[in-house]
Design a protein around this ligand. Structure first.
Ligand SMILES: Cc1cc2nc3c(=O)[nH]c(=O)nc-3n(C[C@H](O)[C@H](O)[C@H](O)COP(=O)(O)O)c2cc1C
Length: 203
């Protein structure tokens, strides 16, 4: 039995393809694993606050108890990290924006990469034993060998930053070429749904 943390990062609602795909995947997953439980967070439509001076002072403080204003500045970060620690599996729907993750997801990352909570300096990640599945949507294709392959700062960034906090088991599924005409889009969606069917069996 697993506990799954499901996060969507698209600011779009019904029209979001990443959101549609994570929903389909979770629904198939729960059919196959009815005992599993989920926590849902929508950082796309309910953006998280950006870090501020109080957050930084609190996160790097060496004091054993923090003054109330610094505790308050870290409240959301603590909540998000508790969610990550409580889950065994992560399912993230993250579109590509300007060759990387949307600012919505970067704000999430800034809240959860925290000294003594998710990593220990210089390089010990504390989120061990977790499995992470990213469903990513893109307007073009960044497949190996393609013209745009070197523009992909999305998957390499996510692999690096989640690797840094201890996640080593990562799977990426792509819906690409979504803005290259109806044929390319339909073909890509068919293909990612085929891969999702397989992934439900093997993940
Ligand atoms: C602000 C913005 C930036 C985007 N940047 C890229 C990009 O750099 N590369 C790309 O292939 N597609 C890009 N796209 C296309 C999206 O990745 C694509 O529309 C995707 O379906 C969005 O995810 P969603 O459907 O879940 O909202 C961008 C879209 C938006 C709105």
């Amino acid at each position: 039995m697993s506990h799954i943390l499901h996060i969507d990062a698209s600011p779009r609602g019904e029209r979001s393809i990443s959101r549609t795909l994570t929903k389909e995947f979770i629904s198939k997953w729960l059919q196959a694993h009815p005992q599993d439980t989920t926590t849902y967070r929508d950082v796309g439509q309910f953006p998280l606050p950006l870090l501020n001076e109080a957050w930084i002072a609190g996160a790097f403080s060496k004091a054993s108890t923090l003054p109330p204003e610094l505790t308050e500045a870290l409240r959301i970060s603590d909540e998000l990290i508790d969610e990550l620690l409580a889950a065994d599996r992560y399912i993230f729907g993250i579109p590509m924006y300007n060759f990387s993750v949307p600012a919505h997801f970067k704000a999430y990352i800034d809240q959860i990469v925290r000294v003594n909570r998710t990593f220990q300096p210089p390089q010990e990640g504390l989120l061990t034993g977790k499995k992470m599945l990213v469903i990513t949507t893109r307007g073009s294709s960044y497949a190996g060998g393609s013209e745009l392959a070197s523009y992909d700062f999305h998957e390499p960034y996510l692999r690096t930053v989640f690797g840094y906090i201890g996640v080593t088991d990562m799977t990426f599924l792509y819906a690409e070429r979504l803005n290259e005409g109806e044929d390319a889009r339909q073909q890509s969606l068919m293909q990612v749904r085929r891969v999702m069917q397989q992934t439900v069996k093997t993940w």
